[in-house]
Design a binder for this molecule. Structure first.
Ligand code: BV8
Ligand code: ZN
Length: 299
């Protein structure tokens, strides 16, 4: 078993890799840390550029949107454009490859790593992340528990809407801050488009704000998957925001093993079966089982 990382280097890695090799019903629960190595700031990382002066917790609420829709709308447009300028990292690709290998999908490739025709298991992804990097790495994501930067709806009639946030511009280059040019300041306020259905409402991002319920189906499907899995992998979340932070316990309660991947200790670390102190982009490629080409188990 060749690791990019030496198992001796990281306590628990060999145990976690063995759990990954034999697991057939895997659930991945991911947080902002999975996208950190792609350059997407985690929710609590200091805001950069023009946005340094604002606290994300204050902006990510309906009250903030109602009080200053142009500011909140501009913040989400900035974040969407920033995500557009980032690429999936090795962690996203490892999860996507694992999903393909377990499902035996043609995308698993035809060579050494190909899975046999037909499914040998499942890997279900539920994420707290509002970016689309896991999809852009080729994976199927069952649930975006906190919504997506690329979904929109009318704040009044609720009708879904399409909107293109555009691509990276000067404001996403981290420019701005004191003495920034006046046009960058104007990027702090952008009027949300009007709803094409009711004509009155403004568009809002399809994001779950603090104080808002998570999408009921997404939450129920995630809990059901966790209660049925034999392994859950919790990647890059500080386990502070509820109810998402309680989800890993559903897997533990159902008797599954739970592996945590985080460079920091979290409130969940002591409950995890194995807690790996490392970066997603380094640890996950070492966890994903390499298929040995026969119809037997993963090597
Ligand atoms: C709700 C979208 C109530 C916004 C987000 C108990 C039960 C229910 C609710 C509550 C409760 N207690 C408190 C609440 C209220 C609140 C809450 O949890 N507050 C917290 C602050 C205490 N919860 C809510 O409001 C939720 N709603 O419950 O509704 C209700 C009930 C009944 C009826 C009506 C309403 C809604 C919560 C969703 C909020 N929206 N996101 C946006 O993005 O703009 S949450 C947002 O913050 C993220 O999605 C993420 O989930 C969360 C944390 O963000 P981060 O800290 O950045 O990310 P993360 O936690 O993932 O931390 C980064 C981690 O990565 C770190 O651990 C770091 O070490 C690690 N890392 C860094 N680099 C790497 C890495 N790991 C691996 N590799 C690396 N390279
Ligand atoms: Zn409307």
């Amino acid at each position: 078993m060749d690791f990019a990382m030496d198992p001796e280097m990281m306590p628990g890695l060999a145990e976690a890799a063995e759990l990954a090799r034999t697991a057939r019903r895997v659930v991945v629960l991911s947080g902002a840390g999975l996208s950190a190595e792609s350059g997407v700031p985690t929710f609590r990382d200091a805001q950069t550029g023009l946005w340094e002066r604002y606290s994300p917790e204050q902006l990510a609420t309906e009250d903030a949107y109602r009080a200053d829709p142009e500011l909140v709308w501009a913040w989400y447009q900035w974040r969407a454009r920033l995500v557009r300028s980032c690429a999936p990292n090795a962690g996203h690709h490892a999860v996507a490859a694992w999903q393909r290998r377990l499902s035996g999908s043609p995308g698993a490739g035809t060579g050494h790593d190909a899975g046999p025709a037909g499914s040998r298991g499942t890997l279900t992804i539920a994420t707290q992340n509002v970016d689309d990097l896991q999809e852009r790495a080729g994976a199927e994501v069952m649930a975006h528990l906190h919504g997506s930067l690329f979904d929109y709806r009318c704040a009044d009639c609720g009708e879904p809407a399409t909107h293109d946030p555009g691509t990276a511009t000067a404001d996403t280059a981290g420019a701005g801050g004191p003495g920034s040019t006046p046009d960058l300041e104007s990027l702090l306020r952008i009027a949300p488009p009007r709803c094409a259905v009711c004509g009155d409402g403004m568009l809002r991002p399809g994001i779950v704000w603090f104080g808002e319920m998570l999408p009921a189906d997404a939450l129920a499907d995630t809990i059901a998957a966790l209660e049925d899995c034999d392994l859950a992998v919790v990647i890059g979340t500080s386990a502070t925001v509820q109810p998402a932070a309680s989800l890993p316990y559903a897997a533990l309660g159902a008797g599954a093993a739970v592996v945590e991947v985080n460079p920091e200790v979290t409130d969940f670390s002591t409950a995890a079966t194995v807690s790996l102190r490392g970066l997603a982009g380094q640890v996950l490629p070492a966890l994903v089982p390499a298929y040995d080409g026969h119809h037997g188990p993963f090597r």
